[in-house]
Design a binder for this molecule. Sequence first.
Ligand code: BGC
Length: 367
Amino acid sequence: MRSLTIRSIAAVGAAALLTLGTACSNHREGSTAGSDGKGFAKDALIGVALPAKTSENWVLAGDLFTNGLKKAGFKGDVQYAGASTTVADQQAQISSMVTKGAKVIVIGATDASQLSTQVSQAKQAGATVIAYDRLITNTKDVDYYVAFDNFKVGQLQGQALIDGMKAKKPKGPWTIELFSGSPDDNNSKVFFDGAMEVLKPLIDKGDIVVGSKQTNIKQTATQGWKAENAQQRMDSLLTSAYGGKKTLDGVLSPNDTLARAILTSVKGAGKPIPVVTGQDSEVESVKSIMAGEQYSTINKDTRKLVAETLKMVQSLQKGDKPAINDTKSYNNGAKVVPSYLLPPVIVTKENAAQAYANDPTLSALTK
Ligand code: BGC
């Protein structure tokens, strides 16, 4: 799949844009219920279509949407795509939400490029479409995007990899391997591009060496974000490029599930533990960070992301324009999607206690 998110370096200054806070802009067209400024009933049906449970954040999001929609007085229809027939599942779930008359459909896309028919149906039926966490590509029928700044996530991962390796071994060259997420998730390329923006100058200078020479996103991809695929690739890289005493200094991993799979592979091969990045602040990874194994993760507080999405739904219900803070960064190939972006936070052992201070489950792990 061709990823269509176009990020200019200037546009990456999302932090600056975030300070705009509640700046509004209406990029919607047409006169449909909910998106025509007229609002809809307080107890309307709101659909939430999430991908398969490939990481803890999706499980948490589903629970938060179910409870949050109920508390706000809406009828919620929260669905997950199944583990194997993910695309077809999600397409059917969205179509069913449209048929049932959902006024807003929130979508965490399982495959960014395979939902244009369903979101077009949604728009024709008068629903507002919000892309949640993952952008939907090649369609004008996405009204809003709410996410953590994914390019920034990649930049933070790239920088953490460098910092972690320098802390262990002050002088390079450092030997690394690169992993990226599932090719059907638009975020995968954005994370990878963000990380490579930081890593590539050092690779070009020879300060960082990719042991396998696999630097292309196609070579580094992890189909379905599945741990077993990352573990298999790491096993085969270790066999092909790390024979004898050759060791690895670091691995760019796009999320925690894959980071733990990579660590399992390296440990299984009897190699010293490299600096491994991650994302999502999953419980097992936070434990691993505190135990000095995984080096870093990213805190993207799902509670905040769901809360922002629910705020959008409530604004639409009242007939108001939802708050957005970015109109430049996320071009889905058909239009720049008005977005509300939240800032991700890098977490290592050093700042974990502070980073998770407001999260009772995770902060307990840092004590
Ligand atoms: C999310 C990540 C997650 C990955 C796999 C991405 O789209 O942004 O937080 O780790 O999907 O579930």
